[in-house]
Design a protein around this ligand. Sequence first.
Ligand SMILES: [Zn+2]
Length: 131
Amino acid sequence: MNNCIFCKIAAKEVPCHMIYEDEEVIAFLDINPVNFGHTLIIPKKHFANIFETPDDLVCKCFLKAKELAPKIIKAVRADYCHINVAGQDVAHFHVHIIPRHNNDGLSNWPTKKTNNKELNKIKEDILKEIN
Ligand SMILES: [Zn+2]
């Protein structure tokens, strides 16, 4: 955890472009933005991912994203935004707010061709894990 960049940001050991802070969470601009206004919301305490983060903190990060996103969209004159958890980069739970512009040249996720048989099989496989 000593090498966690987000812990260092939360502890003010590393500077960031902070847009919100309270006792439990902090929101700051991503230094490698997908689009301008790309913001990360993190709990100040270290949790490696969403699954290890206590429910109340997960809720707090998403509720803060819900509150901040419309203001960010307005500030950067975006058309809409993504609010998501990528789960593939820094191992300290964080929620992305990614402003999007119509025709910003970013592709949406590619989709696969499928059919009812495949969808039913996948549904059954997931239901086996849930039940
Ligand atoms: Zn951390």
